[in-house]
Design a protein around this ligand. Structure first.
Ligand SMILES: Cc1cc2nc3c(=O)[nH]c(=O)nc-3n(C[C@H](O)[C@H](O)[C@H](O)COP(=O)(O)OP(=O)(O)OC[C@H]3O[C@@H](n4cnc5c(N)ncnc54)[C@H](O)[C@@H]3O)c2cc1C
Ligand code: SF4
Ligand code: SF4
Ligand code: SF4
Length: 396
């Protein structure tokens, strides 16, 4: 029923329509690819049009940009547990110290879902840290944020740009409240819990063990072999119920091969209206792929460095408050944009995307991805043979 509110392929699954409906007759439910979409109970609908008006897809995003900086958290422990430069944790730390709350994406490993939640205590912040590459469910969160803002509580809301825009549309004029800060991840797209679940199922078959936990971008830590390498050195960590764990290299892990090749993204991500140098949030956080590897410090190369697009005065203010726990340097706008495609345009949709979820459901994840990316796997195998390397996932 998405079409009733906005064009099907452009629906981002942000959930603003469900949040605003006065009759509570919109439910966000999974489509055949596992992505959340609104379903309207027409018997309850009073045709008030609130859902169509709030839907960000029916408007034009309000975008801004002021300048770019590179940033890294000064605490190596935090940096190691973050996907890139640990900027999110620094911003969140400031807000929590001021008795505010932080909202972001947490993962339920057992149910294999990501959902937005509010954190009030620093000890719970790790739940929101690290990138989870499948779409977060925003159920109930916009309403909770509005209540907190109305009560004069400071809120840092983080997520993808479509979620930030959804919050702003839902809040109306309240989104200009001095109590609200927003930060988006420099998102090139999300996949669904169906894709992640199918991937995990195949890994369990492959290793003959049940997976208890999984983390998408693990830095191996200090010491030999530690590497972030502008994100490329991070690994998938699979932790099994027998207490063992494996680290799978991005170049050969089937999830990352599919995700980084844009095979399994949500349809709306291929025409994302938020891609580009102007942004909807106060701050935008990404991996700094534009850095010259020769100029990175050993710590940056091993543990990560972020690019931050400072988009509004509120963003400047929050970054200034967090400066005590970040090493910040100005960054060249052209370098930042050249290296991170999401600062320029949406990702290309490969032809193999058509019907990929049906194939995943019938043939399984690994087989489908290997078949769709035959050329890629062939090149990787040739590279390994030439270098005399046999790939075995590392144990932890
Ligand atoms: C789906 C996705 C795609 C991305 N694509 C790119 C890219 O193409 N290029 C690039 O440079 N950077 C990309 N990033 C951003 C990058 O991976 C880091 O998240 C970002 O640089 C922040 O890193 P950090 O070390 O400061 O914080 P971290 O602790 O690593 O990240 C935590 C932050 O990520 C948010 N988050 C995590 N998972 C989700 C999710 N599923 N939905 C919404 N928010 C989430 C949390 O709410 C929190 O704000 C992407 C992130 C995500 C989630
Ligand atoms: S038109 Fe009004 S009542 Fe009907 S689904 Fe939309 S918001 Fe709900
Ligand atoms: S408000 Fe969001 S979830 Fe609802 S139709 Fe529009 S894009 Fe889709
Ligand atoms: S690419 Fe765009 S539409 Fe897709 S999740 Fe990211 S911000 Fe939303």
């Amino acid at each position: 029923m998405t079409e009733m509110i906005c064009p099907y392929d452009q629906c981002t699954g942000c959930g603003a329509c469900a949040a605003v409906c006065p009759k509570h007759c919109i439910t966000m439910s999974k489509d055949g690819e596992g992505f959340l979409r609104p379903a309207v109970d027409e018997s309850e609908c009073v045709s008030c049009g609130a859902c169509t008006r709030v839907c960000p897809v029916n408007g034009k995003p309000e975008k801004h940009v002021i300048r770019y900086v590179t940033a890294e958290n000064t605490d190596s422990r935090v940096l190691r547990r973050s996907s890139s430069g640990g900027v999110f944790a620094a911003l969140a730390g400031v807000i929590l110290k001021e008795d505010g709350v932080v909202c972001g994406a947490a993962q339920d490993d057992e149910k294999c879902v990501v959902y937005h939640k509010i954190v009030r205590e620093g000890e719970n912040l790790p739940e929101l840290m690290r990138s989870k590459y499948y779409q977060s469910d925003t159920r109930g969160i916009y309403r909770d944020v509005r209540k907190l803002l109305m009560a004069g509580r400071t809120v840092l809301f983080t997520g993808t740009a479509c979620q930030i825009d959804a919050l702003c549309h839902y809040l109306g004029e309240l989104h200009r409240s001095r109590f609200l800060y927003t930060a988006d991840v420099l998102c090139h797209g999300v996949t669904s819990s169906l894709a992640v679940g199918a991937y995990l199922e195949d890994q369990e078959k492959r290793y003959g063990k049940t997976i208890r936990h999984f983390r998408f971008r693990v830095k191996k830590g200090d010491g030999p072999g530690a590497q972030w390498k502008q994100g490329g050195g991070t690994r998938m960590r699979l932790s099994f119920e027998d207490g063992t764990a494996l680290l799978q290299d991005q170049a050969l892990d089937s999830f990352f091969c599919a995700f980084n090749s844009n095979l399994i993204l949500r349809e709306s991500c291929y025409s994302c209206p938020y891609a580009g140098s102007g942004r909807v949030a106060d701050l935008t956080l990404g991996d700094y792929w534009g850095a010259d590897p020769a100029e990175l410090t050993k710590r940056q190369a091993e543990l990560g460095l972020s690019i931050v697009s400072v988009n509004t005065k509120r963003g400047e203010e929050l970054l200034r408050k967090a400066a005590g726990s970040l090493e910040i340097h100005p960054a060249d706008a052209a370098d930042a944009r050249r290296a991170n495609l999401a600062f320029t345009r949406p990702q290309n949709r490969p032809n193999e995307r058509s019907g990929i979820f049906e194939k995943i459901k019938t043939r399984g994840f690994d087989r489908t991805v290997r078949s769709a990316l035959r050329g890629y796997y062939f090149r990787q195998t040739v590279k390994k043979i030439l270098r005399g390397i046999v790939h075995h996932p590392e144990t932890e």
